[in-house]
Ligand binder design. Structure first.
Ligand code: CP
Ligand code: NVA
Length: 302
């Protein structure tokens, strides 16, 4: 049994399927206006070191819809007092902690010292909440993830790392399509090479890499905290822009996905993100339902 939501690697396939099922049920209840305030009276604290639109609004709306409330703190962890001390204060007052940090280790340390659930709202290494919502969205559009070919185009970053973990839990093939030298953490790739259910490959060829893909996924070229590399990366990543020419290499009905925020004209062109096979706003919507499932499973009495 899990007690935090830090990395998809901490979950079995069955536990992830359960979260996706709960998310679907919560979405149905919200749409049919059924009362689902199963976290009445519970308080969530959100500590964010980085900006956010989707993650912040969906957690705050989610806990509200579940009958609870939230407190938002914009601060750098460990600066004013130690991370363990923050954890040992918060656990005395609130029922759950959501943290968006630079250092992945800080979220792990929070979880280690807090007796209440800790949820990873993005670190420099991983973004499990986004990928849970992505899996939900793909299941809605394609029925299953099994048998799909997913091309993750761009930087081997935190988004890619969580997709690589998902590939060890569901039977889709994953290709990282990136410029040489931007493959990300070697440990993430080694694990994916060994454990991806339906295979994992890396391609440094932008057009060949997306060939026959069912899903073309991309993310910004410079993540939060890498702003000073923006210009250098823009030149290196230019051939990896997801545009109509690249989408034409994928299957005719291939879906386009992006975690957002999108830098239109950089990693993706307007025509691709606005096309009917772009499901980026479905992904954004499902952040709400997927994270509510995480809150319910971690915080509701079973
Ligand atoms: N996709 C995502 O996490 O968006 P925010 O950074 O706006 O929360
Ligand atoms: N890789 C991006 C994801 C934003 C949701 C970043 O970390 O900035």
């Amino acid at each position: 049994m899990y007690s935090d939501f830090i990395s998809l690697a901490d979950f079995t396939s069955e536990e992830l399927v359960d979260l996706l099922d709960v998310a679907g049920e919560l979405k149905r209840k919200l749409k049919s206006r059924e009362d689902h305030r199963v976290l009445a009276g519970q308080m969530l604290v959100m500590i964010f070191e980085k900006p956010s639109l989707r993650t912040r609004v969906t957690f705050e709306t989610g806990i509200f819809q579940l009958g609870g409330s939230s407190i938002f703190i914009e601060d750098r962890l460990g600066r004013r007092e130690t991370v363990p001390d923050v954890a040992r204060n918060l656990e005395r007052w609130v029922n759950g902690i959501v943290a968006r940090t630079h250092r992945h280790e800080d979220v792990i340390e929070l979880a280690h010292h807090a007796s209440v659930p800790v949820i990873n709202a993005l670190t420099d290494s991983q973004h499990p909440c986004q990928v849970l919502a992505d899996a939900m969205t793909l299941r809605e559009h394609r029925g299953t993830l099994d048998g799909l070919r997913v091309a993750f185009v761009g930087d081997g970053n935190n988004m890619f790392a969580s997709w690589a973990e998902l590939a060890t839990r569901f039977s889709f093939h994953l290709t990282l399509v990136c410029p040489e030298g931007y493959e990300g953490d070697p440990a993430v790739r080694t694990r994916a090479e060994k454990e991806a259910r339906a295979g994992f490959t890396v391609s440094n060829d932008p057009m060949a890499g997306v060939k026959n893909a069912d899903v073309v996924y991309t993310d910004v070229w410079a993540s939060m905290g890498q702003e000073d590399e923006q210009e250098k990366r823009a030149a290196i990543f230019a051939p990896f822009q997801v545009n109509a020419r690249m989408m034409a290499q994928a299957k005719a009905d291939a879906l386009f996905m992006h975690c957002l925020p999108a830098h239109r004209g950089e990693e993706v062109t307007d025509d691709v993100i606005e096309a009917s096979r772009s499901i980026v706003f479905d992904q954004a919507e499902n952040r709400l339902h997927a994270q509510k499932a995480v809150l319910v499973r971690l915080m509701a009495p079973r």
